[in-house]
Design a protein around this ligand. Structure first.
Ligand code: FAD
Length: 398
């Protein structure tokens, strides 16, 4: 069981596990290089906003949670706050798009352009930070409560009081809100897979880049992976599912991404980034086989889609309740990246995705988040492969 290796079709996609595994080595190594380039490594984010839903205690004294920001002078001029606020104020920019593609119609709450700081993601890698306990559990359980569709009021309004948080049954109820607990629509199942897959991917990174607190040595912790992921095969499957979903978005965005203005001020650097993006798009086109058109059909399609969006937007806001800045940073990167993918799949048609007619369709933040999130998932799959080898070795030696 612990060495579970799924085979055959990845549920609700048209891709199979083997095909994805076959290309993942190339995908991960191309993304390794891409996310180190200036365009993709600097992420603008507001990490110091208060939790809008409850009062946090401030566990951030934890050393592993620290994040170092970058001085704006190191950032290409075009992305500095002053330049960005000028772009933001350009009259009619949002209305130049055909249809109604306003910023508040997508799946994510953005940090304001001019707020926050630039973080060099490569200098602040996602890894074990020691963040755990009531605060982390509360965030995860609130996120899973957002999987409650068909209610008129937001489940956030009913989130448990701090006193309730320590009660295991409150938590269990939220985490048990799985798609297997009764007949459910495809959209709800997809929503759950996205959340659970993101949680599983984060756990995989924590287990892979783990600090052994007794020896002080960093390295992969097989037992951590077995307990958190391998003992729950569906969680592993959802990492694959999310990867396919992101790849599908990247594949649809292919022409847009390859024509994107990666303007860092260094022409050869930009061309190198563009070539790497092209390589990722090529891989995405071969395995990013997800049919988004089967979702949000039926009678109440629009209502369901609005609900889906509201719930995912809330997940992006809940990130301000993550009481560990490094975890919050990567939580924001990944929820923004997934939100960008959902927007591409469910909000935008191929005509709109044209780089010539809609060059401002995606903000830089979304492009950076999308590629870094794909990198997170692809790296998780690479880590899974490593854990399988560790497991085989353990079995051989036992
Ligand atoms: P948790 O991972 O906290 O899970 C709580 C409960 O959720 C589990 O007991 C289980 O019932 C259920 N569950 C677990 N995984 C899944 C799944 N995939 N699908 C469905 N249900 C599941 N810690 C770090 O060290 N580094 C980080 O970078 C980091 N980033 C984080 C980002 C966010 C947004 C959040 C909310 C937390 C982050 N954490 C991070 C904390 C980390 O995710 C765990 O909460 C912590 O390690 C404690 O783990 P745990 O074993 O108690 O279970």
């Amino acid at each position: 069981i612990t060495c579970h290796q799924p085979t055959g079709p990845i549920e609700t996609t048209m891709c199979d596990y083997e095909s994805l595994e076959k290309v993942n080595g190339d995908l991960a190594s191309t993304l390794d290089d891409l996310v180190k380039t200036p365009f993709f490594k600097y992420f603008r984010v507001q990490l110091y906003r208060d939790c809008p839903f409850w009062q946090e205690n401030g566990q951030c004294g934890n050393r592993g949670c620290g994040v170092t920001s970058v001085d704006e002078s190191e950032i290409p001029e075009k992305w500095r706050a002053a330049a960005l606020s000028k772009v933001e104020r350009t009259p009619g920019m949002k209305h130049d798009l055909p249809g109604c593609y306003y910023r508040d119609s997508d799946f994510c709450f953005f940090d304001d352009f001019t707020e926050g700081e630039y973080i060099d993601l490569t200098a602040n890698p996602e890894q074990f930070t020691g963040y755990s306990g009531g605060s982390a559990w509360r965030v995860w359980s609130t996120i899973y409560e957002e999987n409650c569709f068909g209610i008129s009021e937001l489940s956030l309004l009913k989130s448990p009081s701090p006193a309730e948080v320590s009660l295991p049954d409150t938590m269990t109820a939220a985490f048990d809100n799985t798609p297997d607990s009764g007949p459910q629509c495809l959209e709800k199942r997809v929503y759950y897979k996205i959340i659970s897959g993101m949680h599983a991917s984060i756990s995989t990174h924590i287990c892979y880049d783990n600090l052994n607190q007794s020896t002080g040595v960093w390295g992969p912790d097989l037992d951590c992976f077995i307990n958190r992921i391998a003992m729950h095969p569906e969680r592993l499957q959802y990492i694959y599912f999310n990867t396919v979903l992101l790849l599908r978005a990247v594949s649809r965005l292919g022409p847009y991404l390859t024509a994107y203005d990666y303007c860092t001020g260094d022409h050869s650097e930009d061309e190198a980034s563009r070539q790497m993006v092209q390589n990722v798009v090529d891989i995405a086109s071969s395995v990013g086989k997800f049919d988004e058109s089967v979702l949000f059909r039926g009678e109440n399609a629009n209502v369901l889609k609005e609900e889906f969006k509201t719930h995912f937007r809330n997940v992006t806001r809940i990130m301000d309740c993550v009481d560990c800045h490094k975890c919050r940073l990567w939580g924001k990167v990944q929820t923004t990246g997934i939100a960008a993918a959902l927007k591409v799949l469910f909000e935008l048609d191929d005509k709109t995705l044209s780089p010539t007619s809609n060059p401002n369709l995606l903000q830089r933040t979304e492009v950076v988040a999308l590629m870094n999130t794909l990198h997170r998932f692809s790296e998780s799959l690479r880590a899974v492969d490593h854990f399988r080898k560790m497991w085989s070795e353990r079995v051989r030696n036992s």
